[in-house]
Design a protein around this ligand. Structure first.
Ligand code: SF4
Length: 469
């Protein structure tokens, strides 16, 4: 079971690859498994709760099913290693985010001979910014009972076996791990360690392998993709990487997620604008628009600066699709701050927007901040923001009716067998809306992973209906 974000999914795929190479047969049916692995998320409280519930649910397979072992992996292990083992006796072993290869011994499988082992598991790059933050205690876990002191420094590479959990036509590539930013609401740096990039050639080699195996869409991920290469001494590392990936012949779309606002450079935007295969898509989590809240978040900037940088994105890449996320109800957020955020959202007109209610995280700096917003108020603000976005989205989606796009077919719809689903360049995998296919010319065989030209025939609040041409 893989919980949480795409970054965690890649870790799951690496663990599955390691297990499969060592001879294990992989199944996603827990009742059929001898060893169950739960790869957990620990980003916010609700994610931790979901992780614990899943572990308890899977533990039942040891008493009423055939499972012999239960292994817990991922971010929750980095946070509560000892507690998991102490409080859930059904758990046989834990595997942190920095020790993925330990999945073999945890599952009771002997590692393959050294000749077959993956090469370098540990890369120790760092940036001056990260080293300075480390000296300031940003990555300290000393207040966390039950967590080991050492930070993860693992990074997979192109020689690490990886078994894709999603359809092969679209794959994530993790280009970096960890994060050096000081955001006060976030414990990911303590969970995942200092920022470190994979080698340029390693990412290229993995991309080529994936494409040779049938992948047509590559989505680059990391906690902050826009810092890619800084620790390797590369300037404009992400732009260079995207350009090289776009040169791979059978790649159709390349995109990246999780840009840090002040790291979106002119060079990066020009690379997007210049290359057909690099999707004109920018996922830039802004988290807020009020300068005073952003200051409390230790992210800086504010509505005015963001508006200017979005204007620049739209000037250099006129057809750019913009996605962002916001946290509402951050400690100290006043009615006025929230109204400023709403006005900003109205002014920008994002294509895709996610809003999360703030939740306290022990170990995050914001935990100690005064001015906590009551949970009911947080939820009300979250709903209001999403209501504003719904109207914006509806209008934007309607303006595209009649337009033509390239479409990647994903497969039969999850909602009804009568329709197929697909995505355009405007849709990143798994997070954005859906394009439902309601018509296709006679004789066309619909196959997941194929690209077609389509025309949008109808728009809903977030989804489209389209005909294949
Ligand atoms: S950029 Fe901020 S929110 Fe994102 S992972 Fe780093 S510290 Fe957390």
């Amino acid at each position: 079971m893989s919980l949480g974000c795409p970054k965690n999914l890649v870790d799951s795929e690496v663990m599955m690859g390691l297990l499969a190479r060592a001879g294990a047969e992989i199944t996603n049916d827990a009742s059929d498994a001898d060893v169950i692995v739960v790869n957990t998320c620990s980003f916010i409280e609700s994610a931790q709760q979901e992780s614990v519930n899943t572990i308890l649910e899977m533990a039942r397979h040891k008493t009423v099913g055939r499972a012999q072992k239960l292994v817990v992996a991922g971010c929750l292990v980095e946070r509560y290693r000892n507690d998991i083992q102490k409080d859930i006796p059904e758990v046989d072993a834990v595997v942190g985010t920095g020790e993925l290869e330990a999945i073999l011994s945890a599952a009771g499988i002997a590692a393959p001979s050294s000749a077959q082992q993956s090469g370098p598991f540990v890369i120790l790059n760092s940036r001056a910014e990260g080293d300075a933050r480390a000296a300031q205690g940003r990555f300290s876990r000393t207040e966390w009972e039950g967590a080991v002191r050492d930070l993860p420094n693992y990074l997979y590479d192109e020689t690490t076996p990886r078994l894709l959990a999603r359809p092969k036509h679209s794959a994530y590539i993790k280009i970096a791990e960890g994060c050096d930013h000081p955001c006060t609401f976030c414990i990911i740096p303590q969970l995942r360690g200092q920022f470190r990039s994979r080698r340029f050639e390693s990412v290229l080699a993995e991309a080529e392998q994936l494409v040779a195996g049938g992948t047509r869409e590559l989505t680059l991920i990391g906690q902050d993709t826009t810092c890619y290469g800084e620790d390797l001494g590369l300037k404009d590392g992400l732009a260079l990487l995207l350009e090289r990936l776009a040169e791979i012949e059978d790649v159709r779309w390349v995109r990246f997620l999780y840009a840090y606002p002040n790291k979106v450079t002119t060079r990066l935007l020009e690379a997007i604008a210049a290359h057909e295969k690099i999707c004109s898509y920018m996922d830039v989590p802004l988290q807020h628009a009020s300068a005073s809240v952003l200051k409390l978040m230790r992210r800086g900037a504010g509505a005015e600066i963001f508006l200017k940088s979005i204007e620049k994105m739209r000037r250099i890449v006129p057809d750019i699709t913009l996605r962002t996320t916001f946290i509402v109800g951050f400690p100290g957020e006043t009615e006025r701050d929230f109204e400023e955020l709403c006005d900003f959202v109205r002014a920008v007109g994002f294509d895709w927007l996610g809003a999360f209610g703030y939740s306290d995280q022990q170990g995050a700096e914001a935990y100690a901040l005064e001015g906590k917003v009551p949970p009911a108020e947080i939820e009300q603000r979250r709903k209001k923001l999403m209501q504003i976005q719904k109207q914006i989205s509806r209008k934007k989606k309607r303006s595209l009716v009649g337009k033509e796009f390239d479409l990647l077919l994903e497969g039969p719809s999850e909602e009804t067998d009568l329709l197929w689903e697909g995505r355009t360049r405007m849709h990143a995998p798994e997070i954005d809306g859906t394009v439902f296919i309601n018509d296709a010319p006679d004789g066309i065989e619909l196959r997941a992973g194929d690209f077609h030209r389509c025309r949008i025939t109808k728009a809903h609040d977030y989804d489209f209906e389209a005909s294949i041409l």
